[in-house]
Design a protein around this ligand. Structure first.
Ligand SMILES: [Zn+2]
Ligand SMILES: [Zn+2]
Length: 95
């Protein structure tokens, strides 16, 4: 029963996507987005909120907040890998 409900939601969303309409309502979606302005913003909010929670939780557990690996003694707030990645992206080598 659950599966059939989910698949009907997927069908509904796909139908909207094809027409360029918002997944969650019937308004016109933003360009290159699958949601309208309101739902896009709401979705961003949830994503940000979820990210923040993960970050805080990982930090409390002594793990790298960015990738979640356990931090070794002597490492800073983020792990060595993430520091390297940060440096590289600061230099514009990776995005
Ligand atoms: Zn919408
Ligand atoms: Zn990391």
């Amino acid at each position: 029963m659950k599966i059939s409900i989910e698949s009907s939601i997927t069908r509904y969303r796909n139908r909207h996507k094809v027409k360029g309409l918002c997944q969650d309502c019937s308004k016109l979606a933003l360009v290159c987005r699958s949601r309208c302005e309101i739902h896009n913003e709401r979705n961003n909010h949830y994503t940000r909120e979820a990210c923040r929670k993960t970050y805080v939780q990982r930090k409390a557990e002594g793990r790298c907040p960015k990738c979640g690996v356990p931090l070794v003694e002597g490492e800073g707030v983020i792990c060595v890998n993430c520091i390297i990645l940060k440096k590289l992206s600061a230099q514009g080598r990776i995005k």
